[in-house]
Design a binder for this molecule. Sequence first.
Ligand code: ATP
Length: 329
Amino acid sequence: MTTAVRFRGVSRHFGNVKAVDRVDLEVAPSEFFAMLGPSGSGKTTCLRLIAGFEQPTSGEIEIFGAESSRVPPYRRPVNTVFQDYALFPHLSVTENVAYGLMIKGLGKAERRRAAEEALELVALPGYGGRKPSDLSGGQRQRVALARALVNKPKVLLLDEPLGALDLKLREAMQEELKTLQRQLGITFVFVTHDQGEALSMADRVAVFDQGKIQQIGSPEDIYDRPDTPFVADFVGSSNVLHPELVRKLTGKSAHASLRPEAIRLTSEGPAATVQSCAFLGSATRVSLDWDGEQVAVLLPKGAEIPVPGQTVHLSWEADALYLMEGANG
Ligand code: ATP
């Protein structure tokens, strides 16, 4: 089957800044693909390269099998939903949604029908006459989505589309987006710095750091089997244990990831000293000094909470300690 988006050795440099540095990736048709990474890691630049707003310094990008370097943005089978929505304030919701179709030269009745269909898709039927200023943040987000979907793109690019929403609305929109993506079967490429968002929505996640992809895999892969200390730390704030400590535990000298929620405080096992405890609501986070290493433990509600200065003993299931033998970072 044709790949939806393929990067072959793609770089984009701005002067000395390697915003994107020799990236290879393949996104499958109908896949929900997340690009996850800290601010400045190159995610947005990758999205802009797919959209055609940027050109690679080197390398090739294919979209559904077509080499895209000479294809201008408006001729690509791609639409973008921006974080700030970029709606036209003076146009009504319908006019905003139908704008792309007007540019394409579709007649008024056809535009209106397509816009209404798209608004229905995002659960905003009947809102067409309003101005963006008369909508809530979540509703504006949906209009931006409808405006992209009305063009029936093969690939929808979403740049932190939920960043401006409060937590509850964001979680609701995460589910809606995922449902919509399944229903439409469109390829989604979704940029976020929020690991929870990437893990909960994506089929596969690419973890970016300094213009490079550190790991591509399913949410379970990158959470449970991180390739590098960076991925372990960035995805779910895991404890990254130093090779020396890991050697004492396993006989092998390598970095290892040990998730805070995988550690239990018991009566035997390696000893550590409690430094502080923080109540998080559904759990308590305990910071420990373990052989000079800072380690976090997440205790479920109802567990006995130790006090600072106390010596505790740690245990975990054998497979919870994941050795990153290929990593040298
Ligand atoms: P954020 O989440 O903050 O948007 P990001 O991971 O999307 O970050 P990019 O926006 O892709 O990161 O930026 C990657 C790097 O490239 C940054 O160091 C940024 O300053 C730089 N950069 C991006 N666009 C330009 C530009 N037009 N000119 C110069 N430098 C740029």
